[in-house]
Design a protein around this ligand. Sequence first.
Ligand code: ZN
Ligand code: ZN
Length: 296
Amino acid sequence: MSRYKVLLFYKYVNVEDPQGIVNEHLHWCLTNEIKGRVFFAREGVNGTVSGTLDNIKNYKTHLTSYFEFSDIWFKEDDADEHAFKKMHVRLKNEIVHGDLEDVSIEHSGKRLSPEALLKFYEQKKDFVIVDARNWYESKIGKFKNAIVPPMKNFREWKKVTEEDLKDYKDKTIVTYCTGGIRCEKASAYLVENEFKDVYQLDGGIFNFIKKYPDTYWEGGMFVFDERRVVNPNTKPELQHIASCYYCGKPTSYYINCHNVDCDKIIVSCHECKIENEYCCSDECRVSVKKRKIFHG
Ligand SMILES: [Zn+2]
Ligand SMILES: [Zn+2]
């Protein structure tokens, strides 16, 4: 039995006094042993937190006590321990930074349930599925046949739309991301740019793989916490799509090069990571800016 839970949640809603909530929320989380990252903005909330079963239960009661968030959808995962080292609560302009402030989520793509996406695949519907995440996330896991744009961060979505997706304006197009938040605006941006038939995967990859592991999701799901990756599949051929930078063995694990000046994200198996001292090159391994290693 796992003793901890990780929550993933967001909501686009008008927040009158986000700064006031930030201060109050941080205090509450510190008092109640909740760790993670929560962003508030005038446009809503975006967060992921971890805690013991009891503390998470209290957290949900607390957050939903605000009328703005009373109907928020918590996506939940089991964990053996905290998925974060600290608690951060911040005030932001956008709850996901994408330079898409002018895009209205009223124009968001139609919501596609996991059941409906499964049907799209099983009935071999003519559709295009697009990963709205960063390249390093899709490198270790993606939906079958997905288009994986070379996106460094979500601020490049406009460019992706104009360059990588321009030929699909008349197609049925499905966007997906981890929990759904990025697709609210990514899909709305497509709609506002005359894409004719746009869907967003409701609840993101997270929601799909809970219901249908071992189907059309291939590899691991990158998560922005200490776990780094969640592996939903049990079929060996669906477990890893990436391979170790050093030895080529299939794996879904990541490191950031421990030379602080480099910080490059590389896929590495456990053995090679230790052998190479968490560094991407010999040069980085002898750098004076190399971080100390506290864990194996
Ligand atoms: Zn290796
Ligand atoms: Zn490096």
